[in-house]
Ligand binder design. Structure first.
Ligand SMILES: C[S@@+](CC[C@H](N)C(=O)[O-])C[C@H]1O[C@@H](n2cnc3c(N)ncnc32)[C@H](O)[C@@H]1O
Length: 262
């Protein structure tokens, strides 16, 4: 990862750490519980969540495993995760700063390695996936969750353009077909896979990125979104709702393991 991009990510998530925690409606207790269940946690497992943000997933996972770690590039996110851990009184979890491109743990350290809603901030997803595989024990599971970009080229371009206006540390939301090709290249096999239609409030989604109505980037993104409605040209099915717009993110959820040697 370039230093320039690293600075962009940290700046964005330091500035928005509070808003992110407050408006992270996508991380309702029910959705977090659904993700924990999807990861098929085992009581004797040692887990690592890469780019853990304010720690909601790690702390929901911890009661189901032996120990759950979270790493994140942004110091403020790690601070918030530790504070949430103290509030919840959870002993078997730990958080530290760390880069997804250079995971600060040895080979074959974990039974479960996850990364959610962070791949779209990564410049070279293959490097991060390789790192995640490196720290997996031989029989370990890898869980990846991220909003999927549209398959159509024009929708993909507009979808990601709106994302970058909202959050300059966004790189690209990859397509389902790109992920499947990457998993194949890395010799990963699917244990389970699903695509969830997550309904979002545009206004909350913007607030999570630190933007409110009246802000220049809010207006720019909103105009592009409204103009895209005819023909759903950004692939997010926008529906006006009073002063808000409902949008849909297609969230890919993948649980993978190393391909068995024939
Ligand atoms: C949208 S937030 C998601 C946080 C959390 N996984 C969740 O779902 O709530 C993205 C997080 O990825 C972190 N991040 C982005 N690039 C990273 C990198 N290369 N290494 C580690 N963390 C990174 C950011 O600091 C931020 O906390």
């Amino acid at each position: 990862m370039s230093q320039k991009h690293k600075d962009k990510v940290e700046k964005q998530f330091t500035k928005t750490a509070e808003a992110f925690a407050e408006f992270a409606v996508r991380d309702s207790a029910e959705v977090t519980a659904e993700k924990v269940q999807f990861s098929k946690p085992q009581p004797d497992a040692v887990a690592l969540d890469v780019a853990c943000g304010p720690g909601a997933f790690v702390l929901a996972l911890a009661p189901k495993v032996l120990f759950a770690y979270g790493i994140d590039l942004t110091a403020e996110m790690v601070r918030r995760a530790r504070a949430l851990q103290t509030d919840r009184g959870i002993a078997n979890a730990g958080f530290s700063r760390g880069e997804a491109e250079q995971i600060p743990f040895g080979d074959a350290s974990f039974d479960l390695v996850s990364c959610q809603c962070a791949m779209h901030h990564i410049q070279k997803p293959e490097i991060v996936l390789r790192e995640m595989v490196r720290v997996m024990k031989p029989e370990a599971r890898l869980m990846l969750i991220d909003p999927l970009g549209p398959e159509s080229d024009s929708k993909f371009e507009l979808y990601n353009r709106i994302e970058v206006i909202r959050d300059p540390s966004h790189t690209a939301s990859l397509r389902l077909t790109t992920y499947l090709a990457l998993f194949d290249k890395l010799e990963l096999e699917t244990v389970s896979q699903t695509v969830k239609r997550r309904l979002r409030s545009f206004n909350h989604w913007m607030l999570r990125a630190g933007l409110k109505p009246g802000d220049k980037r809010y207006q720019e993104a909103r105009k592009l979104l409204e103009d895209s409605a005819n023909g759903d040209r950004a692939g997010v099915s926008p529906e006006p709702q009073q002063d808000d717009i409902q949008i849909v993110h297609n969230e890919g959820m993948f649980l993978l393991t190393r391909r068995a040697v024939a």
